[in-house]
Design a protein around this ligand. Sequence first.
Ligand code: IPD
Ligand code: CA
Ligand code: CA
Length: 289
Amino acid sequence: MNEKDKVPYVVTSKSYTAVAINCAAKAGEWIKSRLGSVKQLSTKVSSQDLVTEVDKGAEQMIRKLILTHFPDHAILGEESVGPGAEACMKALETAKNEPYLWIIDPVDGTTNYVHGFPFYSVSIALAHHGEVIVGVVYDPSRDELFIAEKGKGAYVHGNPTLVAKETTLSDSLLATGFPLETSFNLPQNMAGLQALLPKVRNVRAGGSAALHMAYVAAGRLNGYWELGLNAWDVAAGALLIQESGGQVTDTAGRPYDLSVRNIVATNGEIHDDLLETLSKAEATGFRKD
Ligand code: IPD
Ligand code: CA
Ligand code: CA
């Protein structure tokens, strides 16, 4: 396409996407301004599962803004759900069929945030009857805003994002995350890592599921997998990848929906090979019955 024929991407004011962007940008700026001055560091289910007053404050800020525009919409935010996988699954089950459901992770990568490691993000998705129609991931450290609208593509700072072209695992850079649940998910993830590392270029574990997925969408990573996630970690990222030409399933190869916790997200080209490697290594995070 000719440079002059390119139609600029314009977000309609008051659209759901405009509100998502506004929320992510405002919260992200505030979060960044508090970097290094966290006062209340608490833990959830384990000493590794951190939460701060910044996570809670950012979620409140985003909730208020959304409800100002759309008072009848439902909101599922990480910091408003009790700790542990059971509570998360229950909250999603109750909320997932709402006509309009906003799914928020106010700080994805809290451990990084607390340590000043600049790889964390704000993740906001909007689902319509269970289908994600808007996804926004904002990285305050690099001021990068990733935006996807169902059927309209995905963008970073107005430029379309496109998944990477590599077709083989051996040419691929992957990412994963290390599960907090140590009795089943962690050993499963280790088995996957051991099986994949010799086959790929390398594996990163940056510590923000939402940013890893944005990076798959933008072609900076070829694929990403992780076990034991929640809807707020991946809902926005899943749409970013789908709208950038990639593929998102669970580790058993079933199509992405809001309830997926064990995720595989790739450029599409390496998807089957990644699934097969996890399956052969018995590292899908699903128990054999
Ligand atoms: C976590 C991050 C991390 C991933 C964990 C998530 P949080 O989210 O996305 O990369 O490995 O599974 O829980 O707790 O920082 O919002
Ligand atoms: Ca998260
Ligand atoms: Ca979080």
